[in-house]
Design a protein around this ligand. Structure first.
Ligand SMILES: [Cu+2]
Length: 596
């Protein structure tokens, strides 16, 4: 059973246990003896089952089980110790078992709330609040059922509840250690990069665009969704002038996966101010990475990207200087002069999937490169039917020794890119995205839903790691929890128990090899994205990469996953490090990497 399934199973069992105890208590109060005993037996069974799931989770990693071991387990034990002996004595009047059974329900329910509302890391405050809640609810129930606890019991219960409530609230609400705020206005100066050789102007504005016969209100660059495709060749200096016509909440340009100097990274409040209506900002950077990338606004990025402020950035390798005309290396057998090179930026605009399907005949023997880009906030499934293919590059970086694949799907995380290459056969080929043909060379009917999915960690040929050391390590535990530090409480997506802007920045020194352990103990997929650097994947769930080195800028951390990645700190500045499911980033899952 995967850790993700265990997390779900544990949650379901905890709900069943709490419901069983409550149901048993209610049946007792109603003098429904057999029902009460049946439900209590069921609850006891669920509680025992939970001991198994908690143990399994703890073995998978302390992150997954900390609050369950330290808070849920003791409360469950209390539940059993209070409820079971009372039932075993088989009271003549089953009603006398109501309070113990309901107490067990409150204990199990309180522990459940700690997991759902607080999560990781375990906190004494959350535990005390749970205790206060359980004692208070039990006391109120006791009185409501007309029983008269002795004055000593009453006074003790009130004292415990009040003390736990006050201390717990104090601990939970107390501000976290104030992080050194990366949100300042001392933005890095842009270093000169030389005379521009490729100039573009992108004007952001509201627009009505036609997609699949519908008119959709969008935010667009130069009136089109996606924005213009920006192309360059390695060695070019790009100059992109961003103007904002009427996007009231501002726009910026972030070069997703392109490891530009910090001043050009386009994160409002971190590397520049958002460009407001009537303003402009000029980005300049040298194209030194060949491959498939994309750009998008990083101002109110969830809404902005969803509304259409994105486009393709495609950098071709420099031509080979020896005059032989041989295929250039680095960025690949990319764009052979005689071949077909197609970008497929997938997006969902107002519920309509883009791009609109396109069919073009391609002569047999023609080399084809499909550059698949996922600009949505969730994973998409891509399947190429009709020809064997190779995955030549992921996130702009060539893979080493990619082998031929047939009838195999690939899952591309939010923000990620895969370049597929194949030689066109005499028969038609089609690319399906989530079962929908988006690019084809003729009519293909294929049922791709049952195809196996490529695991990039085992694909291609391994190479020795570029470093034998890790100088600094960080662990990021992804979860959900109530965030009380803003103006209004919110149910945030958290990192190490905190939400943006309260997550302490990760401080590194230039030249260090930095390791990240990224743990997902939530029930959501989190596509992780570090700006300014590609990370080398070391392992996932304890299994090292056995295929080609994987240099990624976007990777899906599934529920229960533990990823270990590393990168060389070679691009100074302050960098966003966040979940690229943009609603999650908006809801707190964003922190910053800083150079000291
Ligand atoms: Cu996420």
């Amino acid at each position: 059973m995967s850790v993700g399934s265990l997390l779900v199973a544990d949650l379901v069992i905890a709900v069943l246990a709490a419901a069983g105890w409550w149901g048993g208590g209610a049946a007792s109060a109603a003098r429904r003896r057999r029902l009460a005993l049946g439900l209590a037996a069921f609850a006891l069974l669920a509680t025992v089952a939970r001991a198994i799931t908690i143990t399994a989770l703890a073995r998978a990693g302390w992150w997954f089980a900390a609050e369950k071991v330290l808070i849920a387990a003791p409360l469950s034990v209390a539940a059993v110790v209070v409820a079971v002996p009372r039932l075993l004595r088989a009271p003549a009047d089953i009603r006398s078992a109501a309070v113990p059974l309901l107490f067990a329900g409150y204990a199990e329910g309180g522990a459940l709330l700690v997991t759902v509302l607080h999560g990781y890391p375990v906190s004494a405050g959350a535990g005390l609040l749970a205790v206060a809640g359980v004692v208070t609810a039990t006391g109120v129930t006791w009185r409501a059922l007309g029983a008269r606890p002795s004055p000593t019991v009453s006074r003790t219960a009130v004292a415990v509840a009040v003390a736990a409530l006050v201390t717990g609230t104090g601990l939970v609400v107390a501000p976290a250690a104030a992080p050194a705020a990366p949100h300042g206005h001392d933005y890095a100066e842009a270093a000169p990069v030389g005379e521009p050789t490729r100039r573009f102007t992108l004007t952001a504005g509201t627009a009505t665009v036609g997609v699949s016969g519908r008119n959709v209100a969008a935010w667009a660059f130069n009136g089109q969704v996606p924005g213009p495709e920006l192309t360059a060749t390695v060695g070019d200096v790009l100059e992109v002038t961003l103007r904002n016509r009427d996007i009231g909440r501002g726009v910026t340009l972030h070069w997703h996966g392109y490891d530009v100097p910090n001043s050009q990274d386009g994160v409002p409040g971190v590397t520049q101010d958002a460009v407001l209506p009537g303003q402009e900002f000029v980005y300049r950077f040298r194209a030194d990475q060949a491959g498939t990338y994309w750009y998008h606004t990083h101002a109110v990025s969830d809404l902005g990207v969803r509304m259409g402020l994105y486009g393709v950035l495609l950098v071709r390798p420099a031509p080979v200087a020896d005059g032989s005309g041989a295929a250039p290396t680095g960025g690949a057998d990319a764009a052979p002069a005689t071949g077909v090179d197609v970008t497929v930026p997938v997006h969902t605009l107002a519920g309509v999937p883009l791009p609109v399907p396109r069919t073009e005949p391609v002569g047999a023997g023609t080399p084809v490169r499909l550059r698949l880009i996922n600009t949505d906030s969730t994973t998409h499934r891509y399947a190429l039917a009709g020809a064997p293919f190779r995955v030549a590059a992921i996130d702009g970086y060539d893979l080493r020794g990619p082998t031929s694949l047939v009838d195999t799907a690939v899952l591309i995380p939010a923000g990620g890119r895969y370049d597929l290459v194949f030689t066109a056969p005499a028969t038609p080929v089609a690319l399906f995205v989530d079962g929908r043909a988006v690019y084809s060379t003729g009519t293909v009917s294929a049922e791709t839903g049952a195809w196996p999915v490529l695991d990039p960690l085992t694909y291609g040929v391994a190479a020795p790691a570029p470093w034998s050391r890790i100088d600094r390590e960080f662990t990021l535990v992804l979860d959900r929890g109530i965030d009380l530090h803003g103006l209004l409480p919110r149910y945030a997506h958290t990192v190490n128990g905190a939400a943006d802007p309260d997550i302490p920045p990760q401080v590194v020194r230039q030249g260090e090899v930095v390791g990240f352990t990224i743990v997902n103990r939530s029930l959501f997929v989190h596509p992780w994205h570090l700006h300014g650097h590609h990370v080398l994947v070391l392992s996932r769930n304890g299994r090292p990469v056995t295929g080609s080195p994987l240099w990624l800028d976007s990777f899906d951390v599934l529920p229960g996953d533990v990823w270990k990645v590393a990168f060389l700190a070679d691009n100074p500045g302050t960098w966003a490090n966040h979940c690229h499911n943009l609603p999650h980033a908006d809801a707190g899952m964003m922190l910053h990497l800083m150079y000291s």
